[in-house]
Ligand binder design. Structure first.
Ligand SMILES: Cc1ncc(COP(=O)(O)O)c(C=O)c1O
Length: 373
């Protein structure tokens, strides 16, 4: 029997193990300001990789989003525009900051925020936009940034799934006011749990360093609200080893995505992922849409893939605005979300992670082709 092909899986080797052991031998597991030697080294390497002036490491991607909102001075009375077709982390972070999340709709082809829908929900209270680079594809950042600039708003990009993606020839991480990454176990680069914020803005960087450490300017000198969002030395050491491998991982993901496209193009029943002009995908997952189906039919196909040991995943079958908490509370506001609703019923994702080779990709695509035939 074939082993289960997971939707994503950490790709760890000797380098990560050696780095982790070195940290354990050193006895330095963390630092009271979250700025131990390994964290500082990982931050420097990550900033250089994405081409940003600053990188601030934190404990996870949700903390990174929360810290970025606090650094942007987002708080009670403010509104922040977010997609509903995304992971709930960004929305929860807005609520934790005291502001109101406002849901906007997505583009039917990219699943990322749509500019006309953002415009529809902007008010005088809107302080920031959080576009998600969903499934690894950069959002329409120019449109979001132009709109933000014209209205005095900030763009905090949620690139939790998009390490190594590019926009107009630039790496994601140096395009928006602040960019947020996650290093959760399933991500393109992992530290188990972990997160990073990158920015070119000195003031935001300084604020972020204080926010991750109880708002302290120096030990026992709190000058603003903060939290304990320190990344551990162990996580940073693993991240540093992973970062060196990221270009190779991304190549494998791209190759696997290309293999999937070659095999699935002819089916006629699937809408396959594309890279719009100027955007380079990081291929976190390979997300397809089944033309004209309802959720029951989509779920049946996903179940059949599971029965063949392929972990196809339905991301966001319940968009955030329809989850019990957000449906029943009045903590969020929303625009019209027809494409969000439709995508939540029709799309599912296939694995393209770097542990998979040509044989596994053939099996995934061939099995799907037969299942929908
Ligand atoms: C789009 C998106 N945003 C935010 C997060 C939150 O990151 P974390 O799980 O590291 O808190 C995730 C990942 O889990 C994500 O996929």
């Amino acid at each position: 029997m074939r082993e289960l092909i997971r939707i994503n899986q950490p790709f760890l080797g000797k380098e990560e193990i050696d780095s982790a052991v070195e940290v354990l031998r050193s006895g330095v597991l963390t630092d009271k300001s979250g700025m131990g030697p390994r964290v500082l080294e990982f931050e420097r390497s990550f900033a250089k990789y994405v081409g940003a002036k600053h990188a601030i490491a934190v404990v996870n991607g949700t903390a990174a989003l929360h810290a970025a909102l606090l650094a942007a001075e987002v708080g009670p009375g403010d509104e922040v525009i977010v997609p509903s077709f995304t992971f709930v982390g960004a929305v929860n972070a807005v609520v934790l900051s005291g502001a109101t999340p406002v849901f906007a709709d997505i583009d039917k082809d990219t699943f990322c925020l749509r500019t006309d829908s953002i415009e529809e929900v902007v008010t005088r209270k809107t302080k920031a936009i959080i576009p998600t680079d969903l499934f690894g594809l950069p959002s329409d950042l120019k449109a979001a940034t132009d709109l933000a600039r014209s209205k005095g708003m900030m763009v905090i990009e949620d690139a939790a799934q998009a390490h190594g993606a590019q926009y107009d020839g630039k790496r994601i991480g140096c395009v928006s006011d602040m960019t947020v990454f996650s290093f959760y176990a399933a991500k393109n680069l992992t530290t188990g749990e972990g997160g990073m914020i990158t920015t070119d803005d000195d003031e935001h960087a300084q604020a972020l360093r204080m926010i991750r450490s109880h708002g302290e300017q120096r030990p026992y000198w709190t000058v603003r609200l903060g939290h304990n969002y320190h990344m551990t030395e162990l996580a940073a050491a693993i991240g540093q080893a992973q970062l060196k491998k990221l270009p190779g991982f991304l190549e494998r993901r791209r190759k696997n995505a290309e293999l999937a496209t070659q095999k699935l193009e002819m089916t006629g029943k699937l809408i396959l992922p594309k890279e719009p002009e100027g955007r380079r995908h990081a291929w976190y997952v390979y997300t397809v849409r089944l033309r004209g189906v309802n959720a029951a039919k989509r779920n049946k196909i996903v179940d059949k893939l599971w029965n063949k040991n392929i972990e196809a995943a339905v991301y966001y079958s319940t968009p955030v605005h329809s989850t019990p908490f957000y449906r029943e509370s009045n903590l969020a506001r929303r625009g019209r979300l027809p494409e969000t609703e439709k995508a939540s019923r029709q799309v599912f994702s296939l694995p393209v992670h770097p542990r998979l080779g040509e044989e596994e990709m053939d099996y995934v695509a061939e099995t799907l082709r037969k299942t929908i035939a």
